[in-house]
Design a protein around this ligand. Structure first.
Ligand SMILES: [Zn+2]
Length: 144
């Protein structure tokens, strides 16, 4: 009767220097994959924004010229990575005429000189640089 050859366990086949190399390779692969995931998330963010642009444009009552200008501006913001402005202009509740916001009260600013439109004033926020006709109303009283 011949003795059955002893089968080595997996950990017995790998020498410690090999384990160190495997661990180092695995860590490098994990780092690379994390970078790939980050890149894909970033790229997907732009595609999802463009998808929202279509929905926002299709719901708009503005003139086609105004809608197109807003979409072009939003696309420029995607390229520069200004995601707050992307959302402000062409997001779910986007304002395709917006080109910025008041640093104090956050109302949308439009036009080449970045001014609030008449229907957005008065904003009622104390210290807003765009309030001009009325005394600003303290925030608590301005909210209805
Ligand atoms: Zn303001």
């Amino acid at each position: 009767m011949t003795p059955t050859p002893k089968v080595k366990a997996r950990h017995e086949l790998i020498s410690p220097p090999d384990l160190d190399k495997m661990l180092s390779d695995a860590e490098a692969m994990i780092k690379k994959l994390r970078g790939d995931i980050r890149d894909m998330r970033s790229e997907a963010k732009a595609y999802l924004a463009y998808k929202q642009f279509i929905l926002t444009a299709s719901k708009s009552n503005l003139s086609p010229k105004t809608v197109l200008a807003g979409l072009k501006f939003a696309a420029q913001c995607v390229r520069t990575g200004d995601w707050d402005l992307v959302t402000r202009v062409a997001g779910v509740s986007g304002d395709l005429e917006a080109r910025g916001s008041c640093p104090r009260c956050d109302i949308n600013l439009a036009g080449p000189n970045l001014q609030p439109r008449e229907h957005t004033l008065p904003c009622g926020i104390v210290g807003c640089p765009f309030e001009r006709d009325k005394e600003p109303i303290p925030l608590e009283q301005g909210v209805i």
